[in-house]
Structures are given as C-alpha cells and as structure tokens.
Design a protein around this ligand. Structure first.
Ligand code: MOS
Length: 721
C-alpha cells in the first residue's frame, strides 16, 4: 500500500479535537483526592518552623505533609538516565529542612477538591533561615568546567589544529559575545500526575511523560519497589519540548500523597509552578571568534560557552557540538564552562545545546560574511563541509547544499540588496537573513509487540510516547506499509510502561528508534507466518492466517543502532531564511516570512512533518523576539513566571511560514532511512531572524530576545557613536 510518505491525517486527531483524548490530569480513578503545593520563598537556607494547623482545620483537608511527617523513602540510587545530569543528586522533595532554591516545594496539602487544597496551601505558614550558597548572580568569573568527565558530548575543552594561532595570524577576524536567556518550555498541557496504590501495594501513575519506562524505574527506586509494582500510563501528552523527559519531584510527591491519603491523588502543577518544578533551557553566554583568509575561507572557529546550572546538579548540554563539524575549517576550538546558581536545575528544551550554539555561531558567521563583503549564503557555501572533520568521518548523508538552494530559491534570496538598511517598505526597514540548522541524528534500542488478526487488522504496541509530533500516526503508517495493510486497519498503542520497552521520546530519535523496531517487527511477523506449516509462497500473511484458521499471530520485534555510528557521522540539516520588517521609530520587529528547507532523511508523513517544522518556526520567532525568563538576582526568582508576561508568539505574530523537505534518505544510518525532524525545526530560526534584523537596520544585537527596547538603545548608541 506504500503508506510511508503519505500525508495521512492524524489518527488521534478526532479524539484530540473532540476532547476524548485523555491527558494525565483527566483520568478519574474512583475516590480521587487532590493535592496542592506550598513553596519556599528564599533561594537557599533552612526551614526553621512550619505551621500547618490552620490548613489542617479547613473542612475537606485530608492531610498536610511536610518534611516533618513525610514518609521516609528508601531513595535507592538511580543510575543516571540519559535525560538526567551526570553529576549531582536530584531534588528529594519533603526529605529534609534544606532549601536549595526559591520555589522549592516544602509542603503538600491533600484535600477533597482542588480548590480546597489550593486554599489550604495558602494557609501554611513557615519561617526560614537563609544560608550561603552558590549565589544568584551569573558571573563568568565563577565559571568552572563541568564536573562530569564521563560525558564526551560536552567536553570542557576540545581542539582541532592550532585555533588560537590560526586566529592570530589570519587577515580577517571578528569576535563577539552572544547571550541567550533562560527559556521555558511552556507546553499547553501543565505537568500532572495521578497516583493510585492498590491493596497489594502496587502503584499506578497517570503522568505527563516523554518516557514512561524512566518514570517507572525512578519511582521504583525512590520507593524501594520491584519493577512490576509500578505502572506508568501516559497515552497523550499536550506538548513537552523536553520538559517531560525526567521524572520530576512532583511525581514522587503525588505517589507519596496517595500513600498517605490511602486513595488516589492528583497533583497538577499550576502555570507558575512550571517555572520551578520542571527544568528550562539554561541562560547561556557565548564568545565566538572567527578568522578567515582574504578569499573567504574560514581558518579558525573558537567558541566558548558559559551555561547555567543549579548548585545541586551539573546540567550540561551539547552547545558546542556543531562548532567543529558545521564548516570546513582546519582549526577549531571549544571551551565549555558552567556557572552554578541557587536555582532549580535546567533540562533539555527542544534542540538542547545545538539551538543555543548555532544561534551564536550562525550570527557570527553572518558577521564574518559581512566583514568579507560576501553574501552570507555564498560564504557558507564556500566553507561547506563535505565531511565531518570533528569525528573525522564521512556523513551517512548530507543534503544541506540542496537545503540552501531550495530555501533560497523559494524565499527569493536573489532579491536581497546586499547593503544594510537599504530595503524599505514605506517607513519600514526590510531585512533578509539566513542561517544553517543542524541536529545530530540518533537511534536507541526499541522494541514492539505486533499482533496480526485474520480479519485483516493489526495492533502494534510499545511503551513509546507521542508528545505531539504524530507518533501514533507515523508509526501506524510504518506498520501499514510493512504489513501491506490499509492505514485504517492498523492500531498503534503507546504510553504505558507495561508495553514493550521504548527509549526516551526525545532527541528527535523516535522514528529512527521505534520506527525501525516496528519495521523489524513487521518483517519478523511476515517471516514467521510464511514459515507456518501450510503457508504458501507469495500470499499475504492475512490470507495465510485465514486459510490456516488461526485468529491471530503475535511477535515481538526490536531494532537497535547498527555499526554505522563508528563509520559515519549522522546529522539532520536545514537552511532557514527570514524576512523582517522593523519599525525604526518603535523598534518593533515583525516576521512576514520564514522559509525553511530540511534534510531529515525519509519523511514518513509530510503533513505531520510540516506541522513539526512550522511549529519550530513559531517557537523560533518567540526565541528571537519575545521569550526570556527574567531572573531577579536578588531574590533568585523568575519574575515573569506566567504566560501573561513570558511572551510567546500568538497567531497575530505569525505570518507566512513555508517548510520544505528536500529529497533525502539515509539508508546507511538505519533501514527506514529516517534522520529525525523535530528539533532541527527550531534550530537556526533565531539567528536567521537576528541576521535579518541586522540587514534591515545595521544593528548587530547579540542578546536575545530582540525586543523594542534593545533595538531602540542600539539605534541610539549607533547614532551617538
Ligand atoms: Mo527533546 S529536548 O529531547 O524533548
């Protein structure tokens, strides 16, 4: 039937738009109670006293839990999952009187209704004693190498050739510092957990999760349970962008509350709590130095990143991974440092690391092109890397050239006046800018169970997640394709830790991982049926089952990365072109047009893929122009911890978006030929817009977001200098 590559409408679309898709907070086990949290207000110190009587006396309150009466959990050591920081210890909620950051949960109220729980939580009073900690001011003088020496992905130092020497001796040089603020996932669905213990002491969790197996493993160890005593259910996730990768403290607290109340308890976080209870993209300061020959050949790239982490966990990310591989440059050097603050731990957010690093690198590349008087696209093509010089391996596939060409053509790049501040539309300054996008293609072991029925239907099951990209749909297509069945006859089930093991739904690797497991499982199913006694050559497996009078046939399938990781370098690529309109009087920026072309390997569903890409573009408009968690470095709090003041693009901020997937397949990387298309879609958008703003105005603003105040101040500085 060839279901792969078809623009199939989301199989879960009707359930989602009619409200029958059930998200974590929407399950209603019988006799459920509700929990609300109380938060500490100082950034570091100790709880001296805590008074719960007033809350306890509210009618409908079942219990108030603090560190004084919380059950002592075993907290068995957890092997750091790939989504956890390699060093440090996760927050143990209600475990002791120690306060590590402002907003840390210090009490939990359980009540008959959500409203009662929240109202009673407001009546819990407490006093705290401040103590010295890591501090609240992001100061690069306090930077240190990441303490986790085991992760090769973010080395403290890395170098090819003599980067400083090449920089010093090159005829053309630029350098600059770039700032990306603290960014929050702000998915539509708030995090929520419902916990229920049964009479045998088994725990069921309905949780918002990108990795149900990981939540099961962590909760199993926190509570000292056996693996089969915890089940995590998460059939629908209303966006996550990385915020639901880890098992956060509220999950443990929900399970704790349900044990104390002896009934199911729901703990749903408020929007404000999402700024402290889960992670965020860390504030990151970067210095970039580029050097080139007179003819426009890059000779040296030196990039230093200072990332924010908490005082209790060492969160690092691959900010500098693209530096050594994105361009063909003989020498390159990266330095990665962390700055600890008394704050909650950062976590991956869509395109963690690469989005941050590429923002600085692609703005710097643009500045270098300008310094060379070269077209920014021509400059990038001149330094095109045909091989991954960092790993010293060939790419398993790379269609970036075709991304550049396709996007430039569709955008109309040739209409760009190379001079800055030269294009106008009435009073508006018009700018064209572009940037490269890159994201590592990854695959992890995954498994599935497939049952084919003689009535011509099939059910595929795995513990994977679908946070919105359309996993239900695209996996249904892979199975339908490989079983030669209509898409309507295949059902895909996911989001349950009792199903066959699946890896984290992150890193844009679900299709490469689970998709290849589905394909492998389908092949095994067909092979096994073809080997049944009485099977005939060339007949469809459904015909075999019918003829042999078997109701159904089931197999387990699995896939894992092949040996190509050692012989090839695999990345998804993209090129993003942006048009901006800047009001020179008000400093406001609009983005009338974005065009992105992507090399993501085989596209299983062009419709959901386009949705991914334009979603990333919208998020990129937010990153470029609006989003920032404003940190108060006296109180240690994010001041705009709500969706009224943390601005994200709304419909009126978004105009024309065009996403194209160039012809590409990567059969070296995996049998399906897919590379992953989620995170690549955010990468490159912010620098493309910032480069367009420079082209429109002549102002090089190296701090995100490009808000009107920054533009006006830069304009004023440019006039007076
Ligand atoms: Mo993604 S940041 O791995 O959800």
């Amino acid at each position: 039937m060839g279901a792969i590559g078809k623009p199939v409408a989301r199989v879960d679309g009707p359930a989602k738009v009619t409200g029958t898709a059930t998200y974590a907070a929407e399950f209603h086990p019988e006799n459920m109670a509700y929990a609300a949290l109380v938060h500490g207000t100082i950034p570091r110190g100790w709880i001296k006293s805590i008074a719960t009587d007033a809350a306890e006396s509210v009618p409908g309150v079942i219990a108030v839990v603090t560190h004084l009466n919380a059950p002592r959990l075993p907290w068995k050591p957890v092997d750091a999952a790939p989504v956890d920081p390699g060093e440090g210890e996760q927050l143990r909620p209600l475990h002791s009187d120690e306060i590590l950051f402002a907003g840390q949960p210090i009490a939990l109220v359980i009540a008959e209704s959500q409203e009662t729980a929240r109202a009673a939580a407001a009546l819990v009073s407490f006093t705290c004693v401040p103590s010295d900690g890591a501090g609240l001011v992001f100061d690069r003088a306090r930077a240190r190498p990441p303490s986790d020496g085991t992760r090769e992905s973010y080395p403290a130092e890395w170098e090819r050739g003599d980067a400083e020497g090449a920089f010093a001796s090159a005829p053309r040089r630029i350098e600059g510092s770039y700032l990306q603020p603290r960014l929050f996932h702000n998915a539509m669905e708030p995090h929520a957990t419902i916990a229920a213990w049964d009479d045998e002491g088994k725990l069921t969790l309905w949780d918002k999760s990108q990795w149900v197996d990981n939540v099961r493993d962590q909760i199993t160890r926190n509570f000292g349970l056996a693996e089969d005593e915890v089940r995590v259910i998460s059939p629908f996730v209303g966006g996550a962008f990385g915020s639901a990768l880890r098992c956060w403290p509220h999950v443990t607290m929900a399970a704790m509350a349900a044990r104390i109340a002896r009934r199911p308890v729901r703990l749903e976080l408020t929007r404000r709590e999402l700024y402290t209870a889960v992670g965020y993209r860390p504030y990151t300061l970067q210095d970039v130095k580029l050097a080139a020959d007179e003819d426009g050949r890059l000779r040296s790239v030196i990039q230093t990143a200072y990332g924010l982490t908490s005082a209790y966990e060492d969160y690092g990310e691959e900010v500098l991974d693209p530096v050594g591989m994105l361009y063909d440059t003989m020498s390159a050097r990266t330095v990665y440092r962390l700055v600890e603050l008394d704050t909650n731990t950062p976590t991956p957010m869509r395109g963690p690391g690469a989005v941050t690093g590429v923002f600085a690198l692609e703005m710097a590349i643009d500045e270098m092109a300008d310094a060379m008087d070269m077209d920014p696209l021509e400059f990038r093509l001149k330094n095109y890397a045909e091989r991954d010089l960092k790993k010293d391996l060939p790419f398993s596939s790379k269609a970036l050239r075709s991304c550049y060409e396709t996007a430039a053509l569709r955008f109309g790049w040739e209409k760009r006046d190379p001079r800055r501040r030269a294009m106008h539309d009435g009073n508006m300054l018009v700018g064209y800018g572009m940037a490269t996008a890159v994201w590592p293609a990854m695959q992890a072991p995954a498994s599935v169970r497939i049952r084919l029925f003689a009535n011509g239907t099939a059910v595929v099951r795995t513990a994977a997640s679908d946070m919105g990209p359309g996993t239900y749909t695209s996996m249904t297509q892979v199975a339908a394709d490989r079983l030669d069945l209509p898409v309507e006859r295949v059902t895909f089930e996911l989001g349950d830790s009792s199903l066959p093991m699946a890896p984290v739904h992150g890193g844009s690797m679900t299709m490469a991982s689970v998709g290849n497991a589905v394909a492998a499982g389908c092949k095994k199913l067909r092979d096994d049926i073809a080997r049944l006694d009485g099977a005939e050559d060339g007949e469809h497996p459904v015909e075999t089952l019918m003829r042999l009078r078997r109701d159904s046939f089931e197999v387990d399938g699995a896939a894992e990365p092949g040996a190509e990781a050692g012989t090839h370098s695999s990345y998804a690529f993209g090129a993003v072109f942006a048009e901006v309109r800047v009001d020179p009087d008000f400093g406001t920026v609009r983005v009338p047009r974005l065009v992105g072309a992507y090399d993501g390997g085989v596209i299983v569903n062009p419709r959901t893929a386009r949705s991914q890409a334009i979603g990333g573009m919208v998020q990129g408009i937010g990153m470029a122009l609006m989003e920032a968690g404003e940190w108060d470095d006296r109180l240690g709090r994010v001041m705009n911890a709500n969706l009224a003041e943390y601005l994200v693009p709304v419909h009126a901020d978004v105009e024309e978006l065009e996403a194209v997937f160039v012809e590409s397949e990567d059969r070296i990387f995996n049998p399906l030929g897919v590379k992953g298309i989620a995170e690549i879609a955010l990468c490159g958008v912010a620098p493309a817009i910032a480069n367009a703003v420079w082209h429109a105005t002549g102002l090089r603003i190296r701090e995100l977001p490009l808000t009107p105040d920054r533009l006006l101040m830069a304009e004023q500085a440019a006039r007076t200098s």
